[in-house]
Design a protein around this ligand. Structure first.
Ligand code: NAP
Ligand code: MG
Length: 482
């Protein structure tokens, strides 16, 4: 077998029980390589070695831990062009986005390198005389990280970096659709001066190795990003063992466009937010909630900007929208297009499969109008380059439609009114709010997460990440004198 990439377990690169082929979605004739699939006994090896390595790592000096994280981050940033191209080749996002993602992933490591030194807990006097209290955070132990394919490097990095920074060992199960990015990041981590077994890459399908990892009593915390359905399964597995966990799931993000919106800002935010990364973002603006008085002008402008988007090979200069990440994703997109029409939406532009020079999973981004918020296409996460315009009479209706969803990751509003923007910011039922910005696009030094069915457990990113990756210990110290 040519070009086989292995798993990284207990400090060694090891062959798996079987392997899978990684295909370029922009050109299905391009096989990126073969990737090993770990067996359950290899997963056990990883878990056992992690337990030992974690104790060594937690006892390692802070400056060494900081240096390790800094080196990983710096190498990723320095190699973002090369690794970004690899990411785009296997995932299908335009290469500029792939490079940007790898660079951002590096920033998570350098950010958490600095967090290593932000030590400090609380002290208190006991209510009893001559007793002092020390409250501090300790690592959880072994953390299971299960990540999706749509941001294969960034999502994993915003979990791996804080896990290591706060003294934990890691078992990483990446998505099988994007194993090359996982191996690339693991190679960088494997070069560092860390205990054998501290960091393990365990590739395999979610339903086999992912499920076993989530169910393992040797795991002390689980961080999962992915779909709602799988998230609920992880929650069930974690609950059985009383394992701490965190879920970042899907969404159905609304972008409200008010009658006083700057139309250029609105069109740019809606186009980028809806179709960026082929709509395969948990933060995608799939519901465009538009004030009736500017509806027709907005739709006209959106139709122009959507039709002008260049769909093509992710690695080709000038491509703005790559292919769907897989045949399965493309099939699902086309099914949702058919459903939208069945439910009564009118297709303004796009929505068809595209045949280009390369065989790939291409489709034209679609703008839909005439829909309402009770249609399935406006309630279910599509993960497709599809945006549905929902016409509303006023701000009150806009807010109510925006909040009328089972999800709650990001809500956005385009308005020049400070009072509406402030009201929206306070009343949107989502974990993140964007004012005059696309729903997609967040920073790395502040918390990220959602409400309702979009998230569960502690927030990710920024200093808030320590809620998952550490546990609190309260010590009482008596001087021995009565
Ligand atoms: P997914 O199918 O839920 O898979 C996510 C990960 O879970 C993959 O590594 C998958 O492995 C694994 N998995 C599947 N079944 C499993 C099981 N029974 N037990 C343990 N692990 C299992 O999601 P996806 O299709 O990769 O990603 C798209 C979803 O992620 C969307 O819903 C999107 O909104 C969400 N997402 C959310 C955020 C956020 O921060 N809120 C960010 C990005 C993406 P395999 O794929 O290898 O089988
Ligand atoms: Mg692939």
């Amino acid at each position: 077998m040519s070009n086989l990439s292995n798993n990284y377990i207990a400090g060694d690169w090891v062959k798996g029980a079987s392997s899978i082929s990684n295909i370029n979605p922009s050109n299905t004739n391009d096989v990126i390589g073969e990737f090993a699939q770990a067996s359950n006994s290899q997963l056990e090896d990883a878990l056992n070695s992690a337990q030992v390595a974690q104790r060594q790592w937690a006892a390692t000096g802070l400056e060494q831990r900081q240096a390790v994280l800094m080196k990983i981050g710096e190498e990723m940033m320095a190699r973002s062009a090369e690794l970004g191209e690899l990411l785009s080749r296997e995932e299908g996002k335009p290469v500029a986005e792939g490079k940007g993602e790898v660079y951002r992933a590096g920033q998570f490591f350098t950010y958490y390198a600095a967090e290593v030194l932000r030590q400090g807990g609380d002290t208190a006097d006991s209510v009893r005389p001559n007793i002092e209290i020390d409250v501090r955070r300790e690592p959880m132990g072994t953390v299971a990280i299960i990540s999706p394919w749509n941001f294969p490097t960034a999502t994993a990095s915003w979990k791996i970096a804080p896990a290591l920074a706060f003294g934990n060992a890691v078992i990483w199960k990446p998505a099988n659709l994007t194993p090359a990015s996982a191996v690339a990041l693991t190679e960088i981590i494997s070069k560092q001066d860390i205990p054998k077994g501290l960091f393990n890459l365990v590739m395999g399908s979610g339903s086999s190795i992912g499920q076993s990892l989530a169910e393992s009593p040797k795991v002390h915390a689980i961080s999962f990003t992915g779909s709602y359905d799988v998230g609920r399964q992880i929650a069930g597995a974690a609950a059985k063992n009383l394992t701490k966990f965190q879920l970042e799931l899907g969404s159905k993000n609304p972008l409200v466009v008010m009658d006083d919106a700057d139309m250029d800002v609105a069109v740019a935010a809606a186009t980028g937010g809806a179709f960026g990364s082929t709509g395969q973002k948990c933060t995608a603006s799939s519901r465009l909630v538009v004030h009736a008085s500017i509806h027709d002008e907005f739709v006209e402008r959106m139709s122009q900007s959507t039709s002008a988007l260049k769909v093509g090979d992710a690695l080709q200069e000038g491509t703005q929208i790559g292919p769907a990440a897989s045949q399965q994703q493309l099939d699902s997109n086309l099914k949702y297009m058919a459903l939208a029409k069945e439910e009564g939406c009118e297709v303004v532009c796009g929505g068809n499969k595209l045949e280009l020079d390369n065989p790939g999973f291409y489709m034209q981004p679609a703008l839909l109008i005439g829909g309402n918020n009770s249609m399935r296409v406006n309630r279910e996460e599509l993960f497709a380059p599809m945006a549905c315009v929902i016409k509303v009479a006023d701000y009150e209706e806009a807010l109510s439609v925006a909040n009328d969803t089972e999800f709650g990751l990001v809500s956005g509003i385009i308005t020049q009114s400070l009072s509406r923007a402030s009201h929206f910011r306070r009343n949107a039922e989502s974990g993140c709010v964007m004012v005059n910005l696309p729903t997609a696009g967040t920073d790395y030094h502040v918390p990220f997460g959602g409400r309702k069915n979009s998230s569960f457990g502690p927030r990710e990113q920024g200093t808030y990440a320590k809620e998952l990756y550490t546990q609190v210990k309260t010590s009482y110290i008596s001087s021995g004198n009565p």
